[in-house]
Each structure stands twice: as structure tokens, then as C-alpha cells.
Write a protein that binds this ligand. Structure first.
Ligand SMILES: Nc1ncnc2c1ncn2[C@@H]1O[C@H](COP(=O)(O)OP(=O)(O)OP(=O)(O)O)[C@@H](O)[C@H]1O
Ligand SMILES: Nc1ccn([C@@H]2O[C@H](COP(=O)(O)O)[C@@H](O)[C@H]2O)c(=O)n1
Length: 192
């Protein structure tokens, strides 16, 4: 049996990762695993050992230790019968990258990294709008967003640069409207 295929989906907060992953799932039959969603679900479990730790990281826009996040991703992959995964919001920093490489990295085929490149002001505007519309997310507020942007620039961009050097990054201009971003993404997925 061939190795599961993986596309990492990266970009700033509100860049449109979740929105476009839904489109990719519908048209190209990948399974979408959002690291943020998996962490939020773990935080909500009454018996989770990590609830408080995850909550603090999410509010501060900092990154949860990889042992937790990687295990959640691995469990979700094993629970799925699928062979193609979009892993959204991971790897987010060096710790995520090392944890992935030393656990499941060798067991999958990384196809490429989809980078949704979105201006900071647009990211903030979208998340604030999402919060005002009732997202219920503890981090859709200006204070958390400023911290999330700092984490993205300082910790996540170096990971994108690392993949760029390996020629694995497919960049999409994500500040455009949903339909135009989607048209660009179709071009990247249609031949795989
Ligand atoms: N191209 C776009 N133009 C305008 N609004 C968008 C666009 N893409 C997504 N949105 C909206 O912006 C908000 C953030 O989108 P989404 O949740 O897909 O981003 P994300 O990158 O997954 O965010 P996060 O990292 O915070 O989870 C949502 O309310 C979504 O409807
Ligand atoms: N690899 C990751 C991904 C996310 N987090 C934490 O979750 C927050 C929300 O993530 P979204 O992708 O849904 O925006 C993020 O700010 C982190 O606190 C993480 O720790 N590790």
C-alpha cells in the first residue's frame, strides 16, 4: 500500500486556509485536518489533561508543544480511511517541524506546501469580522490577533522559507476574493 499523501496548508490567521480547504475537499477529495480545530476539540474535552495548556496558548497566539498536536494529527489520520490529507496550520514552528520529522514524517509523502499569502491588515480585518459575526473563538480579538501575527512572522514564516528552499512551496495570493483565490488553487491541484 502506498504512503498517505499530505499537503501542508499554511498562511497567517484569517488567510483563508479553512475556507479553501473546504473547497479542495469538495473538488479533489482530500481529507481536511486542521491542527487548530483538533486542538480546540481537545481543549473542550472534560477529561483532557491538556485543556488549560491549550487554552492559554490559543489566547496568547503561541504554539502548543508538538507532542500534543502531532499525536492529535496522527490519531485523526489513523482514524480515517483516506489516503490524501490537507494538514492545515501545521507545521507552525521549528518544534512542530522537528516533532513531525521524528514521528510521522517518513511515513507520508509530502506533495507540497500550499502557502496562502495574505497581507496582515486583511488577515486582521477578516478575523475581526469573523469574531463580530459570532465565531466564538477566544482568539478573534485584536489583542490575540496581534500576538498571532507576531508568532506567524517570527515562527511560521521561517518554516515556509525552509520549504521554499526545498522547492516545495506553492504560493497563492490570498488577499483576493474567495472565488479568485479558489481559481488559483484549482490550477495547483488539478494535475496531482
Ligand atoms: N478570500 C477571502 N475574502 C474574504 N473573506 C474571506 C476570504 N477567505 C476567507 N474569508 C473569511 O475570512 C475568515 C477567515 O477565514 P478562514 O477561517 O478560512 O481562515 P483561516 O486561515 O483558516 O483562519 P485561522 O487561521 O484563524 O483559523 C472567515 O470568516 C472567512 O469566511
Ligand atoms: N500547529 C498548531 C496550530 C494551531 N495552534 C494553536 O491554535 C491556534 C489557532 O490556530 P488556527 O490554525 O485555527 O488559527 C493558534 O494560534 C495556536 O495557538 C498550535 O499551537 N499549533
Amino acid at each position: 500500500m502506498s504512503k498517505p499523501q499530505v499537503v501542508f496548508v499554511l498562511g497567517g490567521p484569517g488567510a483563508g486556509k479553512g475556507t479553501q480547504c473546504s473547497n479542495i475537499v469538495s473538488k479533489f477529495g482530500f481529507v481536511h485536518l486542521s491542527a487548530g480545530d483538533l486542538l480546540r476539540a481537545e481543549r473542550s474535552k472534560s477529561d483532557s489533561r491538556y485543556g488549560e495548556l491549550i487554552d492559554t496558548h490559543i489566547k496568547n497566539g503561541t504554539i502548543v508543544p508538538v507532542e500534543i498536536t502531532c499525536k492529535l494529527i496522527q490519531n485523526a489520520m489513523e482514524a480515517s480511511a483516506a489516503n490524501r490529507f490537507l494538514i492545515d496550520g501545521f507545521p507552525r514552528n521549528r518544534d512542530n517541524m522537528i516533532g513531525w520529522n521524528t514521528t510521522i514524517g517518513d511515513q507520508v509523502d509530502l506533495l507540497f506546501v500550499l502557502f496562502l499569502d495574505c497581507p496582515e491588515n486583511v488577515c486582521i480585518e477578516r478575523c475581526m469580522k469573523r469574531g463580530a459575526a459570532g465565531s466564538g473563538r477566544a482568539d478573534d480579538n485584536l489583542e490575540s490577533l496581534k500576538k498571532r501575527i507576531v508568532t506567524f512572522v517570527n515562527d511560521s514564516m521561517p518554516i515556509i522559507e525552509y520549504f521554499k528552499e526545498k522547492n516545495l512551496v506553492k504560493r497563492v495570493e490570498a488577499g483576493k476574493n474567495v472565488e479568485d483565490v479558489w481559481s488559483d488553487i484549482i490550477e495547483l491541484f488539478k494535475n496531482i
